[in-house]
Design a protein around this ligand. Structure first.
Ligand code: FAD
Length: 406
């Protein structure tokens, strides 16, 4: 069946592929600007209790900072405070030495901080806010398979009904993450310069449960156990737990074959964390939780004519050490909105009647300006891993930071 988007309507229709964090925010922005919005997400609706098992994304929680918060505030001033209300402020790093000694490194003398938020809570909030607009339809269990951009046509596998469905839309947003199928289609259609690299390190998440109902460590810090070639970090959750993430070279993960190997690593390098995570929990989670890969993607251009544009990880995946992947993806949406508003000559804050020429001008401009900024953050994120796992424990680093007054 072919289902038509805007063909009967004078307003433009946008098809957002991917209902993750960036796709959900993009939907909200386009709905606010008067578009008919169709969102396609391959997973089921993870807001429903029966689908919680599908909610897992690239990490359980994440740090959101000014770059992302201001992009939320641009579309809805209440959204920034709603997200802060469901976040825990982290005012600095807490460095754990191998002997268990703690040292706090504040991020700012002016009180600036980053915020730990649950990925699934944030995603649910953004999807629900988008759905408050009557012209937003979210199609869960719809996996994008292919597109003919010239005829504005997209095909999906409707997983719930086991059939292929076709939609049309004036504009296609690819917000389908690191392994973006929309980006692959874009690469077939136009000359996309593309660079991808996986780093030698992977990650595994572990839970540090509350102790007597309270946080087991100071909740207002991002905790780091820097060990030169590897590290453990922990971010707080509203449930008074922490999510710890072990970042380590794959060759070291491969050496851990049994409980004894695991306990030798943790007892030597993270003895205080062993007590807080708990021996049994550590063994159970380490061997059952997935291990994730880490890498980056740079590409350019991000668009094909005025028909399709990729945003978020689909366009510029980065390693997580600068805590900027989502923040940068949110900023993509705000930056595109700003460009579209000025390209549409809109006098009423609506971009939904943009002509195809105006759309092409806007996407060309976005694609000419945004990749440079994204590539800079991708590089900074790579550099920051060395700072986090190594430099923060060096005497020279501390001296420099003291001299800088931070
Ligand atoms: P995704 O979150 O990957 O969402 C893509 C969505 O598209 C998903 O819902 C997926 O199901 C859907 N999809 C995929 N393919 C299809 C298809 N064919 N059809 C339909 N739907 C599809 N960033 C930060 O800013 N701060 C942090 O602290 C932080 N910590 C991180 C920690 C780790 C360990 C990792 C790995 C990443 C971290 N990031 C962090 C980066 C962050 O996770 C990503 O930048 C972010 O998830 C990108 O959002 P996105 O919406 O572009 O992509």
């Amino acid at each position: 069946p072919t289902q038509s988007g805007s063909m009967e309507s004078p307003r433009n229709t946008v098809a957002v592929v991917g209902g993750g964090l960036v796709g959900a925010l993009a939907s909200l922005y386009f709905a606010k600007r008067g578009w008919k919005v169709l969102v396609f997400e391959k997973r089921p609706d993870t807001r429903l209790p029966e689908n919680q098992g599908f909610a897992r994304g690239r990490s359980i929680n994440l740090a959101i900072s000014e770059r992302g918060l201001s992009s939320l505030g641009r579309v809805d001033p209440d959204l920034e405070s709603m997200v802060l209300d469901m976040s825990i402020p982290m005012h600095g790093r807490m460095i754990h030495s191998p002997t268990g000694h703690l040292e706090s490194h504040p991020y700012s003398v002016f009180g600036e901080h980053i915020n730990s938020v649950s990925r699934s809570d944030l995603n649910s909030l953004l999807l629900s806010k988008a759905e408050e607009y009557p012209d937003v339809d979210i199609y869960f269990n719809h996996s994008f398979t292919s597109a003919d951009f010239d005829s504005n046509t997209l095909k999906f596998a409707d997983r719930a009904n086991n059939k292929e469905v076709t939609f049309t839309a004036d504009l296609i947003i690819g917000a389908d993450g690191h392994y973006s199928k929309v980006r692959q289609e874009l690469q077939r259609k136009t000359m996309v310069n593309f660079q991808q690299e996986f780093i030698e390190h992977g990650y595994c998440e572990l839970t540090m449960n509350p102790k007597n109902g309270k946080f087991a460590m100071d909740p207002n810090h991002l905790h780091i156990w820097p060990r030169k070639t590897f590290m453990l970090i922990a971010l707080p959750n509203l449930s008074n737990s922490f999510t710890c993430t072990l970042f380590m070279p794959w060759r070291d993960f491969e050496k851990i074959k049994n409980d004894d190997d695991l306990m030798a690593l943790f007892n030597t390098h993270f003895p205080d964390a062993v007590d807080l995570i708990g021996h049994d929990n550590l063994k159970k989670e380490y061997f059952s939780n997935p291990k994730g890969n880490l890498g980056y993607i740079k590409c350019k251009p991000y668009n094909y004519k005025g028909k399709v544009v990729i945003l978020g990880d689909a366009a510029h995946c980065m390693v997580p050490f600068y805590g900027q992947g989502v923040n940068c993806g949110f900023q993509d949406v705000a930056a595109l909105d700003e460009i579209m508003l000025s390209a549409s000559n809109a006098c009423n804050d609506s971009t939904s009647s943009m002509t195809s020429n105006q759309l092409q001008a806007a996407l060309d401009e976005y694609s000419a300006t945004r990749p440079k900024d994204a590539a800079a953050i991708v590089d900074m994120a790579l550099e920051h891993y060395i700072e986090m796992r190594s430099d923060v424990s060096d005497f020279s680093y501390k001296l420099r930071k003291n001299l800088e007054g931070v």
